[in-house]
Design a protein around this ligand. Structure first.
Ligand SMILES: Cc1ncc(COP(=O)(O)O)c(C=O)c1O
Length: 391
């Protein structure tokens, strides 16, 4: 079977794919069908924070599959109880309970629904560079206008978009009918950006003053990606609702909506549901993921490796800036990023792009070591030299 031809023939063509077939992964490495070895500095799309196919995760999923693959929330389950307890112990201090779903966009749908239900208000404020997913509710709060215009029958008439970090504009937009402000504490696909501590402080105060729910979309920043378990912890800012997904279960599909004390009365029994949410396999994976993050000190490693990236890339003249936090990093180049991403792939290194045309995104597994970053820095230097020659 020709894998690429078969996928192209059988799947809806909604993805632009790299010319790469991945058949196996181990820690920071993935392998193609011919045994070619690639350094994955993109974690399989910001997902495999503990590295690919971590043996303890594999074992946890295997053991759970032997016991019980699935039963819904219509019953109690030992693995779900243990995982939820462990999760809340690692989440924001005021977290009260959690609703499990299967993906990031689903988590944001639920968060927006709960915020509207809890406040009885219709409107949402979101960031111009924010990304929250592709389903209608999440898309309606996604800043990228092209994505919304492709599907104009969305709810963005209920959303006001403001620039991240501009508190005056945000304050001006605020009113008594705003159910929620939703943002990624560190934006990712919209270009890796962070606001100031003062901005996050003022944002928290503003929401409290208006009785508006503050939603942190930590789909990408959660589970240690930025060097804290959740990114708001860098500034001691707690959202009322925290959504997460990607790195939550080491690659097993899992999304979640964590509610704080302030909002946990909604929804009432019967008001929301999700058949697969909190299934035993996902819960076994979540629990193993949390245990691995802790036992291998991966948050600390993320913080250390950020410094290594900044140090090594700071020495490359064509790198104009390194933005972001922990291991969610944007590398701003003096030339377009797309050809560089491809040139790195030719050198068997996988990185990501983003909405900023000159920026590549690094989202390596949190297990990454200095030697891997050195390999990347050398490959980047070579790719940039090649780009200069062909310019
Ligand atoms: C910040 C953020 N929110 C939401 C989503 C949507 O997640 P999913 O693709 O799991 O629906 C993404 C995906 O990239 C994301 O980065």
């Amino acid at each position: 079977m020709n894998v690429r031809e078969t996928e192209d023939a059988c799947l809806v063509p909604s993805y632009t794919k790299l010319p790469l077939t991945v058949v196996r992964g181990e820690d920071v490495w993935v392998y193609d069908e011919k045994g070619g070895k690639y350094l994955d500095l993109y974690s399989g799309h910001a997902v495999c924070g503990i590295g690919h196919s971590h043996p303890k995760l594999v074992e946890a999923i295997h053991e759970q599959a032997k016991k019980l693959i699935f039963f819904s929330n219509a019953v109690y389950n030992d693995t779900r109880a243990a995982a939820a307890k462990l999760l809340l112990e690692s989440a924001y201090p005021l977290s009260k309970n959690v609703f499990f779903v299967n993906s990031g966009t689903e988590a944001n749908e639920v968060a927006l629904k709960i915020a509207r239900r809890a406040t009885g208000r219709p409107r949402v404020i979101a960031m111009e560079t924010g990304f929250h997913g592709r389903t209608i509710g999440s898309l309606s709060a996604t800043g990228n206008q092209k994505l919304r215009d492709d599907f104009p029958e969305n709810l963005s008439n209920l959303t006001d978009f403001v620039p991240l970090g501009d508190f005056d504009t945000l304050e001006h937009m605020m009113s008594e009918d705003v159910a929620a402000i939703i943002l990624e504490p560190v934006t990712s696909v919209g270009g890796v950006r962070i606001a100031s501590r003062k901005y996050y402080d003022s944002l928290r105060e503003l929401c409290l003053g208006y009785g508006t729910a503050l939603i942190f979309d930590e789909v990408q920043t959660g589970f240690g990606r930025t060097g804290e378990m959740f990114a708001g912890m860098h500034w001691d800012i707690e959202p009322d609702i925290c959504t997460s997904a990607k790195g939550a279960a080491g690659g097993f599909p899992l999304g979640m909506v964590i509610l704080s004390e302030a909002i946990s009365t909604a929804p009432a029994p019967g008001e929301h549901g999700c058949t697969f949410g909190g299934g035993p396999l996902a819960m076994a994976a979540l629990k193993a993921n949390l245990e691995i993050l802790k036992s291998e000190n991966l948050l600390e490693n993320a913080r250390k490796m950020e410094l290594v990236v900044r140090d090594l890339l700071g020495a490359i003249p064509e790198v104009l800036a390194v933005t972001g936090k922990g291991l969610l990093l944007g590398i701003e180049l003096e030339c377009p990023a797309k050809p560089i991403v491809r040139a790195l792939l030719d050198q068997k290194i996988i990185v990501g792009g983003c909405d900023r045309p000159n920026m590549i995104r690094l989202l390596p597994p949190l297990t990454v070591k200095a030697e891997h970053i050195k390999q990347f820095a050398d490959a980047l230097t070579k790719a940039l030299a090649g780009a200069k020659q062909s310019a």
